[in-house]
Design a protein around this ligand. Structure first.
Ligand SMILES: [Zn+2]
Length: 639
């Protein structure tokens, strides 16, 4: 249940100055000046010139010395209520009618909601946190418990105050190399939701996202309450999808991940999905990092105290302006470290190494030459296999056809039987496994009302932000409406390509744009210059690849009458030529030849390559051997 922020602001306005009086009463503020509504800051620092001042615009106290904000909802939460309970209390007080019926409701069917009895005695946990400079008060605030074995109990409630996840951790220092650092409560389900999200207030300043629960406790200890932490460490970003709508309520988000390689990587990924325009980040200055232990919010609290932690937060840095960079701070390009997709075909990877994210790949070739099958296999199928999900706009192929082709490719000949010569029948068990493997991982554009490139790209951005999709397939340029008239088509194509290049970089995705070559060039091999349309279509993207099918004639070759073949007209065994026409990173270009197996709709170089098992298949049996070339041999030898 997401409550409209405007309503909350309205309620705060209605309560007005009463909030100031309540907060004054609660803390018994010293040096109170009732006329100007200011007093000494209650958060434990020296404050002789009262700096804690009530701002009638936000209906909230702000301390001009330490930077803390404190409003009526903070007060209610400090008194033990959750965010939702606080809002309900406030609404009741000012006479706003609102139904809070979803609170605590268990809406997920077949979900084993965690149940845990915490022991009365919390001494062990309290003692441990005391060594981390976190007080009992903060532990109470975040419902921290102790189980019967003395472990710390972390309870994760969703925005409706429903307990969805429980994690446990020993209440002692974890030794280096120790395996069981933190675990989910056994025998129950867990969700990827944010810790403390039921106590964050979207109407009250930025939300801070940390990497661990102890960091969030530290920030709360320092007096900043709007903080949550991710559930599964820096590499698990599933919480973005789960909490997406809830996160959309925040106008500003501060990422406070650890100052190490994994933390910086997390920051980059999270910011690209939550939106650069509303994100800032905390970077711990070099001079504070005196050892590799000092890399997170808790270590800062421990070593330098509350005020340094608050200062770091109020000095959170803007994300760099998109489009310009400080050259000195740019990391060296290292193709080995850069993430991307391997094509899965060795001879092709020998040329490209991998398709690196953040770039645009143009795939060209005449109709029916295998472009879509190539993309299905090398980007979508291999992408899934390597852990990367896809968005597909397929202007000419209907979703059911695309799906059945893709299923065949992912299944492989091992699980496909041919009924007569044309109908592929996938083993039903395999089909089930395949579809559950890519469930929620492939998103197909299906707004039949619009082929406008704006609409298509909006959807691509949305699935990338929400689900972390890394590959966009735009098939093809001709059927996308880029708003061009005959008179300005080249200009519009150039604008479109420029936009794609910007988006690929901004969202760190690989965009594959399929383009048919110019008409009237039948039989001529497609080169980069032959891509239909503006030169920008091949000049700007980082990768250009063409697919060309060999004709029966080309396969037979042309005899020279002396028992041999004319030069360059020797018979060709393979079915297609894949020509890497442009390859910005490695610079290598060149042609490879591949066989195409109709039964599995796969391109391949040899039987091992052809019969590769994708990861949906946990089959541990010996490799499947199927070699269509063996069948072809008599055919090839008939001359
Ligand atoms: Zn203060």
């Amino acid at each position: 249940m997401l409550i409209d922020k405007k309503l909350i602001i309205e309620a705060k306005e209605k309560l007005g100055l009463t909030a100031a009086i309540r907060i004054y009463d609660y803390f018994s503020l010293q040096n109170w000046d009732g006329k100007n509504l200011k007093g000494s800051c209650p958060f434990g620092h020296e404050d002789n010139t009262p700096s804690f001042i009530f701002n009638e615009k936000d209906n909230c106290f702000h301390c001009f010395s330490c930077g803390r904000n404190f409003g009526i909802i903070d007060l209610y939460m400090k008194q033990g209520l959750t965010y939702l309970e606080s809002v309900e209390k406030l609404f009741d007080e000012v006479g706003i009618n609102y139904k809070f019926g979803e609170r605590g409701v268990k809406t997920k069917r077949d979900y084993k909601y965690p149940v845990i009895e915490c022991s009365e005695d919390r001494t062990k946990v309290e003692e441990y946190f005391a060594t981390r400079k976190i007080s009992k008060e903060t532990l109470d605030y975040c419902n921290i418990g102790q189980d019967k074995n003395g472990n710390i109990v972390w309870k994760f409630y969703d925005e409706n105050d429903t307990l969805l996840t429980v994690k446990l951790r020993p209440s002692r220092k974890i030794e280096k190399g120790e395996e069981k650092k933190e675990w989910y409560l056994p025998n129950y389900d867990f969700s990827n939701i944010l810790f403390n999200m039921n106590r964050a207030d979207p109407s009250n300043g930025p939300l801070i996202i940390t990497e661990g629960q102890s960091d969030t406790l530290s920030i709360i200890e320092a007096g900043y309450f709007n903080s949550v932490s991710v559930p599964g460490g820096s590499s698990n970003n599933k919480w973005i999808e789960t909490c997406f709508d809830w996160l959309e309520q925040f106008n500003q988000i501060i990422i406070f991940s650890d100052s190490d390689e994994a933390g910086i990587k997390m920051r980059k990924e999270v910011v690209s999905r939550l939106g650069q325009w509303r994100c800032k980040y905390v970077e711990i200055p070099e001079e504070y990092i005196t050892s590799d232990q000092i890399k997170d919010a808790n270590a800062i609290l421990y070593k330098y105290g509350k005020q340094v932690l608050l200062d770091l937060i109020s000095n959170a840095q803007e994300m760099p302006i998109y489009g310009v960079s400080n050259l000195a701070s740019i990391e060296d390009f290292d193709i080995e470290k850069a993430s991307g997709i391997y094509s899965g075909i060795q001879s092709l990877d020998d040329i490209i190494y991998k398709f690196i994210f953040g770039n645009v790949l143009v795939v060209t070739g005449k109709r029916g030459e295998g472009k879509s099958s190539f993309v299905n296999q090398v980007l979508i199928g291999e992408g899934l296999n390597q852990g990367y999900d896809s968005f597909i706009f397929s202007g000419e192929l209907s979703a059911p056809v695309l799906k059945s082709w893709l299923n065949v490719t992912i299944a492989g000949a091992e699980f496909v039987a041919m009924k007569n010569k044309f109908v592929h029948v996938i083993n039903s068990d395999a089909k089930k496994k395949i579809e559950s493997w890519y469930d929620n991982r492939i998103w197909i554009y299906d707004d039949k009302k619009s082929n406008s490139s704006e609409d298509i790209l909006d959807k691509a951005i949305a699935v990338t932000r929400k689900y972390g999709v890394k590959i966009w397939i735009l098939d093809n340029l001709l059927v996308m409406d880029i708003g061009a008239k005959d008179s300005d088509i080249y200009e519009k194509q150039k604008d479109f390509m420029t936009k794609l290049i910007g988006l690929a970089d901004l969202y760190n995705v690989l965009i594959a744009l399929i383009i048919h070559p110019r008409k009237g060039q039948n039989g001529i091999e497609v080169a980069a210059d032959d891509v239909g349309g503006s030169g920008a279509l091949t000049n700007l993207p980082q990768y250009v690849v063409s697919a060309k099918k060999f004709s029966e004639k080309e396969k037979e070759g042309i005899k020279d009458g002396k028992g041999g073949y004319k030069k360059n007209c020797e018979p060709i065994k393979e079915d297609v030529a894949i020509n890497m026409l442009k390859n910005r990173y490695v610079g290598k270009t060149g042609e490879i030849r591949l066989y195409f197996d109709y039964r599995s709709r796969r391109f391949y170089t040899d039987a091992i390559n052809l019969n590769k098992r994708y990861k949906w298949n946990d089959n541990k049996l010996p490799p499947f051997v199927y070699d269509p070339l063996a069948d072809r041999l008599p055919d090839m030898m008939k001359d």
